[in-house]
Design a protein around this ligand. Sequence first.
Ligand code: ATP
Ligand code: MG
Length: 421
Amino acid sequence: MAKNIQAIRGMHDVLPEQTACWQFVEQHVRDVLGAYGYKEIRLPIVEKTELFKRSIGEVTDIVEKEMYTFDDRNGESLTLRPEGTAGCVRACLEHGLLHNQIHRLWYYGQMFRYERPQKGRYRQFIQLGVETYGMADADIDAELIQLSHRLWQRLGISDTVELQLNSLGTIEERAVYREQLVEYFSVHKEQLDEDSQRRLLSNPLRILDTKNPDMQVLVEAAPKLMESLGAESKAHFKGLTDTLDTLGIAYTLNKRLVRGLDYYSKTVFEWVTTELGAQGTVCAGGRYDGLIEQLGGKPNHAVGFAMGMERILSLLENRKELANIKSIDAYMILVGEAAKKTGVVLAEKIRDSVPHIRLQMHCGSGSFKSQFKKADKSGADYALILADEEVSSNKVSIKFLRTDEEQRTISIAELIELLKK
Ligand code: ATP
Ligand code: MG
């Protein structure tokens, strides 16, 4: 017998019993973004490799070791997108959306990174990305946090996530800080692990982000960028925290929070949870005023975030009501040839008359007993039963599958009224 082909390691199927939960989250995502006037943008999954090298940077984890890169049949190097920001800026530049305009955009879809698969870390995963362009003040930075906060509330997980904030200042301030940091770490070079030694010259800020427990004391004592920010950056950061204070959104300052990419400036933030072990960041973002210019556009303002949807879903796993989201309201049981003929018309009539009803009609043959079992298993609230007797009297029997209410036989009009409720 031929061997079964299996999915690629780190790339997962979402099975029918799990999709209800995904759809629940996706509906709230759309609603919340809509409530703030954000528009969806849909982007290709594959881009030229050059785009990611230029935007994310050659010396980042993503570009150095995580990208799915291949030559297409013309020998052009293409890459499955590891994140969405680069493609979004590319598209906006290409279509002239960044010229004297303001945009609030979002996208949702698969990203690909060749990482070691583990809980909360996959090779194909889904991100919600939100990107805004053309706004300099901290009110838009705050708005992104507000809307993510609203999403946590809607999903019922606001108690399990915490907001961490930092400011990376301007590119100039960071250049000065970078030198201080290199000097500090150079003095303690023997305490740096291999990764950090490599980053010392290529990307020293990223050393602050190390998860290596042996380096925590060293990193803790390193100079803090927050303390050497200029007046403008400080005022910008205060603008953000003032708004969060006004809204009662709690945060902690994390002076070690860095986004390792050169194009970040001023605000950086992460929503983190302690419930998912090492994969604790569920949403990460910040201001990236430098990127548009880096990709060939005129200097422009940009702030955004990306949310790891599998991690959000994991946080929801323990919520009982989600385990029981049903996808069918009524199941129609048809016994006998006459009932089959009448039933198919009746089912359409019910779908016409009862908005949003999810009605599944039994297809094929089967005894009443076996059909009834299927009705029960489907999770539906009602079984609608049509046999010879109902057909000849032009009625339907309704059995209440989840309550003690007595089964009864009623007219079609009564049935429709009942289902509408
Ligand atoms: P990490 O430190 O966990 O590797 P990152 O800095 O690489 O995160 P970002 O590029 O900022 O992550 O992506 C934003 C979010 O996307 C992360 O906070 C996380 O929730 C999610 N994410 C990133 N990589 C993965 C992955 N391989 N599998 C699942 N989710 C991921
Ligand atoms: Mg990563």
